[in-house]
Design a protein around this ligand. Structure first.
Ligand SMILES: Nc1nc2c(ncn2[C@@H]2O[C@H](COP(=O)(O)OP(=O)(O)OP(=O)(O)O)[C@@H](O)[C@H]2O)c(=O)[nH]1
Ligand SMILES: [Mg+2]
Length: 291
């Protein structure tokens, strides 16, 4: 696979901005995509936030496997990381999410209370691009304050949003890191839409994703793109993409298959949860990667 080169220049500036603002922050809320929680964990965060109280939100859990969500909550919990499942686009659970963050900040609030001072808890919401940071903040605010979009790189600067008299959240731009050695994780980040489509080979990524989906959810995949059933080389990304072209009639004049169109459709449909609810990662693999 072609190495994914993804690090846009503005992220260096954004990372510096987070560093500068750390002194204002009581709690760090790290948002990951429940379909690929390990791939979403930016190693820079370990250094940046090592002295901070941290909690994790397993977001987009409506698009991932419910059993994997439970496994991930148990797994991160066993590592001492407080984690909560979330659907930031869904109704409800707003109060739970606020209580979750406030509970994490309780030791700090208590310190102030003991001094007789009332304090607003300040939390920084961080994560790689497109995981739903701004959507989560809007949900907690109960009103659209932060700009959101179904592509990476929507938030470009920081923004404070008041949630209650006791809680303020800071929205931040999605951050990736400079070098990704593990191409397996890079693929997952591309699949979930955290890398801009114009800096990667869309056809290659969509083809690889079809091969992975074939192993993870064969029946659902065939249901969506029936002509995939007859593809013989199921490990060959190009062949799988051609199967999608045939399923959807993406055939140009002269019988040429429009694989670019198929690639964009497959990525869009997967990201919108139209193919299957699934998780690319499970805690057993995480043990291999992390330990
Ligand atoms: N299905 C589903 N979609 C979600 C969820 N949370 C966010 N989204 C969608 O994901 C896309 C990205 O959301 P944003 O809130 O803009 O993501 P972000 O992390 O702020 O992205 P950047 O600012 O680009 O780093 C939008 O299309 C949201 O509607 C969720 O829990 N479930
Ligand atoms: Mg944003």
């Amino acid at each position: 696979m072609q190495t994914i080169n993804w690090y846009p220049g503005h992220m260096t500036k954004a990372k510096r901005m987070l560093e500068d603002d750390l002194k204002l922050i009581d709690v760090v809320v790290e948002i990951v995509d429940a379909r690929a929680p390990i791939a979403c964990r930016n190693p820079d965060f370990e250094v940046l936030f090592k002295n901070k109280i941290r909690v994790m939100l397993l977001n987009k859990s409506d698009l991932s496997s419910p059993s994997a969500n439970k496994e991930w909550v148990r797994y991160f919990g066993s590592k001492g990381i407080s984690v909560m499942e979330a659907v930031s686009t869904g109704a409800g659970a707003r109060k739970n999410a606020i209580a979750f963050i406030e509970k994490a900040g309780e030791p700090i609030l208590k310190k102030y209370r003991d001094k007789g001072v009332s304090k607003t808890l300040r939390a920084m919401v961080v994560g790689i691009p497109n995981v739903g940071k701004s959507t989560f903040i809007n949900k907690l605010a109960g009103i659209t304050r932060a700009q959101v979009g179904d592509r990476p790189g929507v938030t470009r600067g920081k923004q404070w949003v008041k949630i209650s008299p006791y809680l303020e959240l800071m929205d931040t731009p999605g951050l990736l890191w400079g070098k990704l050695d593990d191409q397996e994780l890079a693929k997952h980040i591309a699949y979930i839409g955290s890398i801009r489509d114009d800096v990667m080979n869309v056809e290659e990524i969509a083809g690889l994703m079809l091969c992975d989906l074939d192993k993870l959810c064969h029946d659902a995949l065939i249901k969506r793109y029936p002509k995939l059933e007859v593809v013989e080389d199921r490990d060959v990304p190009e062949s799988m993409l051609e199967g999608v072209c045939r399923s959807r009639g993406f055939i140009l004049s002269g019988g040429v298959l429009d694989t670019e169109r198929a690639a964009r459709i497959v990525l869009d449909e997967f990201r919108a949860g139209k193919i299957a609810k699934l998780s690319f990662e499970r805690p057993e693999e995480a043990r291999e990667i992390c330990e």
